[in-house]
Design a protein around this ligand. Sequence first.
Ligand code: FAD
Ligand code: MLT
Ligand code: ZN
Length: 471
Amino acid sequence: MKRQQFIEALGNIVGSTHVLVNGDLSSWEQDWRKRIRGKSLAVVRPVNVDQVSAIVRLSSEAGYSIVTQGGNTGLVAGSIPDDSDSQVVLSMQRMNTIRSIDIDNLTMTLEAGCILQSAQEAAEVAGYFFPLSLGAEGSCTIGGNLATNAGGTSVLRYGNARDLCLGLEVVTADGDIWHGLSGLRKDNTGYDLRNLMIGSEGTLGIITAATVKIYPKPAAILTAWAAVPSIDAAVELLRLCRQYLSADLTGFELINRSSLCLVNKHYPKLNIPFWEDCPYCVLLENSDDESEHHANSRLEHLFELAIEQGCVVDAVVSQNISQSNQFWLIRESITLAQASEGLNIKHDVSIPISSISNFVEQTDAKLKRAFPGIRLVTFGHLGDGNLHYNIQAPDFTNPADFIAQHENLISQLVYESVKEFSGSISAEHGIGALKVDILPLFKDATALRMMRSIRYALDPKGLFNPRRVIR
Ligand code: FAD
Ligand code: MLT
Ligand code: ZN
């Protein structure tokens, strides 16, 4: 089918105003980190699952591939087209309805284009709580969260996106609709297709809706901000929190001084405690079933113990939810501050918590030796063993030039360390386009063969997100 005919046929499915081919399409074609810019054949914006199915059948017949896009906040360039001018960006933005909330079953069924923050708000209005939370929650979508198996800041207690999902509605590469929106917590009827789709980054099917778990709201959620002398001390604090708060510990984040230095530079109005005094700070969260007063006194007592033990130098405990949110705002601003500082290199790694301190010490030393002046922006979800071991070019160096010259060697050094410490090269962001060539170097060969077989079985024509995740 000729290109123009194809575009008209797309218009017949969704209405021509929802097929974008001209004008500034950068918000669909440029990745969030500004690392890659693609060129699409068209951006198409369906409003329901039948339209998605029709678009898939049409594209398959016409021989054009599809890149599904949610909020385009992914950090591995998996949601943008390549530069071939022959891929359709299928934007889920208009499919954003909350279909239902089932209080007795503690579930919410919503369309894939629903913004994460809207999902949280819908649960809150019903008097409940949807715990998935990440810095991009104002623009990422539930479909994107599931497609990437997003992590975020409450994994410690509630798990990754996968753990929060009970059912899916998916359009397959044949254009068929899999009606899998069950809210069942037990269902052993063969292969787990839901978990196959989750984390597949748009390569196995298009998620059009999901049924997710909601929870009773904790009576109070309070945070504390602590200055710690080392990562070992942070791990000791984590151990203490686990003993003292047990399941009420819902977040445990580590942040190094360089990260806070960037936040302070780009967001000078944020009042960051202790950032100049210590090499690392910890932000931890306590969800309490009794009251704000109870949450506060438990945290105060915890830090008396921690200071006595020497793993904490100083700490501030929030008195109320608004102070808690202030601490989270500092933490969530790191990615934005990094972006304002210029292009950067991200390594989203996981390492057994017991080895993180050695990993950082060794890798920091290797990089500082090889690249004097390099800025190591290290932060992340220590409670999950997930570090964002990010790199910013030295001061007064052009970031684009620095990355062009040194990214490969820097990442090689980092990933060699990750391998040495039995870690993973992608903890929560996925593989996308940016890590597709390095995955085979770190993934078990048999696992890769099985992944290829699955992909070929479900999408033999390579219609969905070609050359993403695995080639
Ligand atoms: P997109 O970026 O649009 O897409 C991501 C991938 O999913 C692509 O491969 C795309 O093809 C596929 N996809 C999207 N929608 C669908 C669908 N409906 N069906 C099938 N495939 C689909 N990630 C974390 O895990 N933890 C964090 O703490 C975190 N913090 C972040 C903070 C900031 C400031 C930013 C910018 C990003 C952060 N991210 C984080 C990364 C990103 O927000 C997540 O990966 C998010 O889940 C992506 O959702 P999205 O809707 O933007 O997906
Ligand atoms: C975060 O946790 O803030 C993001 O996942 C990290 C990043 O920017 O690397
Ligand atoms: Zn993260």
